[in-house]
Design a protein around this ligand. Structure first.
Ligand SMILES: Cc1cc2nc3c(=O)[nH]c(=O)nc-3n(C[C@H](O)[C@H](O)[C@H](O)COP(=O)(O)OP(=O)(O)OC[C@H]3O[C@@H](n4cnc5c(N)ncnc54)[C@H](O)[C@@H]3O)c2cc1C
Length: 324
């Protein structure tokens, strides 16, 4: 590990001040729990001129009712998110996804905003400086070649966040604050399929909150495959929300993580109005295969990750279907 690079440190107490500093200092980075950013900086992945610590912004740490929706501040820790009574009672899949992140000591510091905005990962990127130097760097940082897809002009580093897919299948929105306005976007629209620039936040913008609409009779669940159950990123993760109407699927949403440069929603339109049976499960497997682009970005093989993702999706839909 390297020493941290020199930087100026800011600790604003309001959202407005945080955004103003960011807008005036394009090279600055936000830091919340630091469990993703600081590890990367110690590996030489970035040399920001300024760090803007968000932990003193009280507004960011609130979970509160917002009409019939639930407002989750971006600075809420994953530990607090997972044990909040309104989350546990109304959105247990969100608590489940938060509890699937890393280990307990990470979750005590790690925030919802940091989880959603965490960097993409790749076996050619999350390495020490000397390792990457010896391998000619890579397209994501300092280099001009993607080692995963060699002839590509874009980076294929993968998004491995656990919480985004569950928020996506629950139709949550992100509240994005910029120097001039606050806007709302679907969680899926926070991302683009580019390993080096996977967030759609503009230069001066930050994530202020996530708003969960009422569950509306949907049941949801999240599952992930990982090397070490105690603390590890998803090799593949799947979130499902299902609404069953008698013998047919009234609504089905599926989102995946750990496979592409962004968490992605799967097209399930063909499954609506059908019963959950082997034929539907086969069509779901096809839809997943069409969307997931699992590549050699982790030390675990792509074929295994693709197949485990399909198996988890099938199992989750089956479990939610059986619950009625
Ligand atoms: C050993 C280990 C295991 C891990 N396992 C997992 C895992 O299983 N699943 C998983 O999802 N993650 C995992 N992580 C990554 C990380 O711990 C989590 O994603 C965590 O939730 C990040 O939150 P944070 O507050 O610490 O983010 P930080 O490190 O503070 O920030 C992460 C990024 O988000 C940006 N950011 C933070 N807050 C905001 C905001 N409000 N608006 C805009 N940008 C913002 C920062 O600038 C930075 O680029 C792991 C990390 C380690 C070291």
């Amino acid at each position: 590990m390297n020493l941290l690079p020199d930087f100026r440190f800011h600790r604003p107490e309001t959202l407005e001040a945080a955004v103003q500093i960011k807008a005036a200092t394009p090279d600055a980075r936000f830091v919340a729990g630091g469990t993703d950013l600081l590890v990367n900086l110690r590996r030489g992945l970035g040399e920001p001129s300024d760090l803007i610590d968000l932990t003193a912004v009280a507004d960011l740490a609130a979970i509160r009712r917002d009409g019939d929706a639930l407002w989750l501040g971006a600075g809420v820790t994953l530990a607090d998110l997972a044990r909040h009574p309104d989350v546990v009672a109304g959105y247990p899949a969100v608590a489940e996804a938060a509890l699937a992140v890393a280990g307990p000591t990470h979750r005590a510091a790690a925030t919802l905003g940091g989880n959603l905005c965490q960097d993409t990962r790749c076996v050619f990127y999350n390495q020490s400086d000397w390792w990457r130097d010896g391998n000619g760097w890579c397209l994501k940082y300092k280099g001009d070649k993607c080692h995963v897809v060699v002839k590509s002009d874009r980076c294929y580093a993968t998004y491995h966040g656990d919480v985004a897919p569950t928020l996506m299948v629950l139709d949550a929105e992100a509240v994005v604050a910029g120097p001039d306005r606050v806007r709302r976007v679907k969680i899926a629209d926070l991302y683009r399929e580019s390993g080096a620039e996977h967030l759609t936040l503009a230069a001066g913008e930050m994530l202020a909150a996530v708003v969960l609409p009422p569950p509306g009779g949907r049941r949801a669940a999240y599952a992930k495959a990982r090397v070490r159950d105690s603390v590890d990123f998803p090799l593949a993760g799947v979130a499902v929300s299902l609404k069953r109407d008698g013998d047919v699927i009234a609504d089905l949403r599926i989102a995946i993580t750990g496979t592409n440069s962004a968490p992605l929603l799967i097209d399930t339109a063909d499954l609506i109005g059908r019963s959950w049976d082997d034929s539907a499960a086969g069509d779901l497997a096809l839809a997943l295969r069409r969307k997931a682009n699992v590549l050699r970005t982790t030390i675990t093989g792509a074929k295994y990750r693709r197949r485990v993702m399909q198996a988890m999706a099938r199992q989750l839909v089956g479990t939610l279907w059986d619950k009625g």
